[in-house]
Design a protein around this ligand. Sequence first.
Ligand code: SF4
Length: 93
Amino acid sequence: MDDNDINNLERRCPRLGSRISFRYCLISGEDDNPCWKIFDCWWEYFDVESYLKANLPAEVFEQLVEKAAAQPKNKLASIVEIAEQAKKEKTNK
Ligand code: SF4
């Protein structure tokens, strides 16, 4: 998928409740930086982490990662983490 296709991807925004394009997510955070939910909202559509790492200034990317990590985990992330932990424990027995 090229950058133009990525920028035109659309999904329903959980914060706004309407369909928006990825392009909007890139500038809808503080100081026109990406929204802190961008990893959570887009990981199922494409490799958003690699895309942002390659296209954002390193400092902006790091701030975004820190901000996303500081937010309470959503239910799916918590379930995946618990499942991975259980798998590791089973393997170590
Ligand atoms: S990243 Fe932010 S603006 Fe974009 S869909 Fe998710 S919550 Fe909405």
